[in-house]
Design a protein around this ligand. Structure first.
Ligand SMILES: Cc1cc2nc3c(=O)[nH]c(=O)nc-3n(C[C@H](O)[C@H](O)[C@H](O)COP(=O)(O)OP(=O)(O)OC[C@H]3O[C@@H](n4cnc5c(N)ncnc54)[C@H](O)[C@@H]3O)c2cc1C
Length: 371
């Protein structure tokens, strides 16, 4: 792994800072990232990828998030899509598409959310109607990361009546198909170098061979595979938190008040101690989730705990980093000001904190702890 000090000085950090200012996309770094193998991390070796285990994968995402929170989410969403295609794809997808996913031109995106279907994904109103050997798609998706540069969209669709979970399906939509419009969402609070778009499908044709989860059959399995995505977001959060922690300590040692470095005050040392405990605990929860097999049912709860704690503790650490900087942390030439905004969304996407708590409570019910 790249030592932290080097990753901070990497080429990604200046691109990330520029994107925060002008919304330029971190995807401009995709050719170099692809060359280094970052787009093939979670593709099996059998299908031309690196087949990286979840633990080293999350360690890489942590390092990347330290330098660029936007690059980390770009890479994490792409690898989640690649992993899904690798696990659930038809023979056609496995032989013709998955081997391409390691290249910059074949970025992946995950299209589940809609304007009226966020936490309640089953409210999906993007309709897929059978058409010959394939499907015809109509509807809209919202908040889709990587949506400008992506070639492939893993898309949740309704093939039956509204709200019927048993007829939801997952398709791998080719971004070059006719009938797809992508509109960039401007003005995000943070992660401004990451692409976020709304998607509009008008009579878009998707071949039947691109079905990843058939109606009713494989949806549960597909959503289960997304647990890995939650662990990856937890790792993104700890990477940003570690960057905040280092800025906090650096500034506290250098800033003098009352003729002493502020790091010598117990109030500041308490913030540093609390941050270190938060970070250590988050890393342990991530490591435990990584240690479980992908098909272990207890991964659902473990991924929820890791995401909930890592993202909420990262938010606390970012808040302390701004506090320790005083007024200097409240202006936009300070790194902690950006990281404070960047980290906030990790409590929202890939399942809000409230959804993670619901999952944990459901597990406690299954264990008989709650009724
Ligand atoms: C920058 C960004 C990138 C994103 N990237 C993607 C992407 O790549 N692909 C994708 O599909 N989606 C993506 N999303 C969407 C994201 O996953 C959703 O925003 C998230 O799931 C929440 O949905 P919502 O925004 O509709 O909020 P809502 O579901 O409307 O929730 C609003 C509030 O109500 C709470 N709430 C809702 N239901 C319950 C309940 N049952 N119990 C308790 N509280 C509840 C929520 O926790 C939240 O606090 C992205 C979002 C953002 C902001």
């Amino acid at each position: 792994l790249t030592p932290l000090a080097n990753s901070r000085a990497s080429e990604l950090a200046p691109l990330d800072r520029a994107g925060d200012r002008d919304e330029s996309s971190i995807c401009q770094a995709l050719p170099q990232l692809a060359e280094m193998g970052f787009l093939a991390l979670r593709i099996s070796e059998e299908h031309g990828g690196l087949g990286l285990g979840r633990l080293p994968y999350t360690a890489l995402l942590h390092e990347m998030a330290y330098a660029s929170p936007s690059a980390a989410v770009t890479i994490s969403v792409h690898n989640m899509v690649a992993e899904l295609a690798d696990k659930m794809g038809s023979e056609h997808v496995l032989s013709e598409i998955v081997p391409l996913l390691g290249s910059a031109e074949h970025l992946g995106a995950l299209a589940i959310s809609e304007a009226d279907a966020g936490s309640d994904a089953a409210a999906c109103a993007t309709i897929a109607t059978p058409d010959g050997d394939g499907w015809r798609l109509n509807g809209n998706k919202m908040w889709i990361t990587n949506g400008i540069s992506a070639r492939w969209f893993v898309t949740l669709v309704q093939t039956g009546r509204p709200r019927d979970k048993s007829t939801l399906a997952m398709l791998l939509v080719d971004g070059e198909s006719e009938g797809l419009e992508r509109i960039k969402i401007h003005g995000k609070m943070g992660l401004r170098a990451s692409e976020t778009v709304s998607l509009h499908f008008t009579d878009l044709y998707c071949p039947g061979t691109h079905l990843l989860a058939p109606p009713g059959g494989g949806l549960r399995q597909a959503l289960f595979a997304l647990n890995g995505g939650r662990v990856a977001i937890a790792a993104q959060a700890t990477g940003v938190a570690e960057a905040c922690m280092n800025e906090l300590v650096r500034y506290a040692k250098q800033r003098h008040q009352f003729e002493r470095p502020i790091a010598s005050f117990p109030a500041i040392q308490n913030m540093i101690a609390d941050s270190q405990v938060d970070l250590a605990a988050a890393k342990q929860l991530i490591a435990y989730a990584c240690w479980l097999d992908s098909d272990d049912p207890s991964l659902i709860g473990a991924a929820a705990r890791a995401k909930l704690f890592a993202t909420e503790s990262a938010d606390r650490i970012a808040d302390r980093a701004v506090q320790v900087h005083g007024g200097a942390g409240y202006v936009n030439d300070s790194l902690v000001e950006q990281l404070y905004r960047d980290i906030r969304v990790t409590r929202i996407y890939e399942g809000t904190s409230e959804v993670q708590r619901t999952i944990i409570a459901r597990e406690l019910k299954m264990m008989g702890v709650l009724t």
